[in-house]
Design a protein around this ligand. Sequence first.
Ligand code: RTP
Ligand code: MG
Length: 156
Amino acid sequence: AKKLGSKKERTLAMIKPDSITKVGEIIQKIYDANLIVTKAKMTKFSWKQAADFYSEHQSKSFFNNLVQFMTSGSVIAMELMGDEAVSVWRKLLGPTDSSVAQKEASTSLRAQFGTDGTKNAGHGSDSLASAARELEFFFPSTAGHSPSSTAKFTDS
Ligand code: RTP
Ligand code: MG
């Protein structure tokens, strides 16, 4: 049962192809931040899937580089749950540009494992609405289970 006043959220976290070997350290940080991993899937994007996932950026100059990078290897998508999961996970990731993250001498995942503005270790939904869309992308709800149901682990 939810505690009154708590803001339990779900978010979509993704380990990008440059950081797939850091999965152990990254999951440790997730639990240290008081979030839990409720779903996980290792997969590889096709060009079309990556372009679809990042469709909001299709007009940007970096779009082709981004899709190239995201299709260069496997990714691990995870559903994270916890208080303010959306912002907590984005804070763990750090600034979008890993070279900026490194200048801050921060301990963020992008400072530790990323390289530049595109190869930046991980992804996190930027809002509850994005989280709903992105979770559905990786973990489609099946008949009889509402997307917001967390009562059961459904392997899809
Ligand atoms: P993400 O969506 O991956 O969590 O990162 P974000 O919100 O911090 O960044 P966003 O603006 O949504 O950009 C999505 C991803 O595109 C790549 N990117 N490259 N100038 C560049 O080269 C550039 N800018 C963005 C990054 O991989 C970024 O995470
Ligand atoms: Mg984003």
